[in-house]
Design a protein around this ligand. Structure first.
Ligand SMILES: [Zn+2]
Length: 300
């Protein structure tokens, strides 16, 4: 089974001014022949591209940008948008609620409502400006623990106009220790703080990483991911804590979904690293990354 553990949905009504500048930033960086490749993130296109890529299930992350950005959707409206998609595609789409922990009690009520409506996890978008390990937010994490749902946390780079300091994997460490019952996925392996993210994965039994947004790195410098995976494999005794993800549709100009799946399926240790003694990945390693690990974490 192939599972994409990190994906978004864009449609005109979901995109605020700040979100539009994120999409423009990505478009400018990758210069796709057709800019709608980045902008058009409708469910119809997603399902079509999942089919082409042989992806069985995709995790769709709602984003709560309401506090930091001028979102024209309310918290409830964005989550309901994702819930509605899950209802229409229950076998293909797994929904995660997007909730800003700064909302206090409202956040807890909304998480409960979303999980009752079929949502399977919580996305925390730190780049909107909060430190994950502030104990003010612990009641929300207690609710997530009670509901037995995983949390996916943005770690790593952010777009222009946002502060990167909030996105360090290190701010997840205390939460991972204090809530051992919550499985936490660090998005993007915390890039550029890869070592920090890997250390958290090694130390904390409940911390995982996803490889979304690594498409450019794998396309142009695959040795970085190969070294990172080798470190995790050696230190954790396997690759059971790495999840496939795409950040669709942002990186489709670099690798359409189908090619991204194939890039991971065909990932081989570059010869210079093999000469240095690094061993190639097994079929089982790649199967676990492509879906086995996500199936376990998501309970599907
Ligand atoms: Zn993302």
């Amino acid at each position: 089974m192939i599972i994409d553990a990190h994906c978004h949905i864009w449609e005109e009504k979901l995109v605020s001014t700040e979100m539009r500048s994120i999409l423009e930033f990505v478009t400018e960086r990758f210069k796709p022949k057709d800019p709608s490749q980045v902008r058009d993130g409708t469910i119809g296109r997603l399902i079509r591209e999942m089919d082409e890529a042989g992806i069985d299930k995709t995790v769709l992350l709602a984003l709560d940008a309401g506090i930091a950005f001028r979102s024209h959707l309310t918290l409830r409206e964005y989550n309901d948008y994702v819930i509605d998609i899950v209802r229409k595609h229950p076998d293909r789409i797994i929904g995660f609620a997007g909730i800003d922990p700064r909302r206090g009690k409202e956040a807890i009520v909304e998480l409960e409502r979303c999980v009752e409506s079929g949502v399977k996890g919580l996305k925390l978008w730190t780049l909107t400006g909060f430190y994950l390990d502030d104990e003010k937010y612990y009641p929300l994490y207690e609710k997530a623990a009670e509901l037995k749902i995983p949390m996916l946390v943005h770690t790593g780079m952010g777009p222009p106009g946002t502060y990167m300091k909030f996105n360090r994997p290190m701010y997840v460490d205390k939460v991972a220790v204090d809530f051992p019952g919550i499985n936490i996925i660090l998005a993007h392996i915390g890039d550029p703080w890869i070592d920090e993210a890997v250390a958290l994965v090694i130390k904390n039994a409940n911390v995982y990483v996803d490889i979304s947004a690594w498409e450019p790195s794998v396309k142009f410098a695959p040795f970085v991911l190969c070294q990172t995976l080798t470190k995790i494999k050696m230190s954790c005794g396997g690759l059971h804590k790495v999840l496939f993800g795409s950040d669709w549709p942002l990186f489709t100009p670099v690798f359409p979904l189908k090619e991204w799946v194939e890039a991971i399926r065909n990932l081989t240790m570059p010869p210079p690293l093999q000469m240095m003694g690094l061993q190639d990945f097994t079929e089982n390693d790649k199967e676990m990354i492509l879906g086995g690990n996500a199936a376990r974490v998501l309970g599907v």
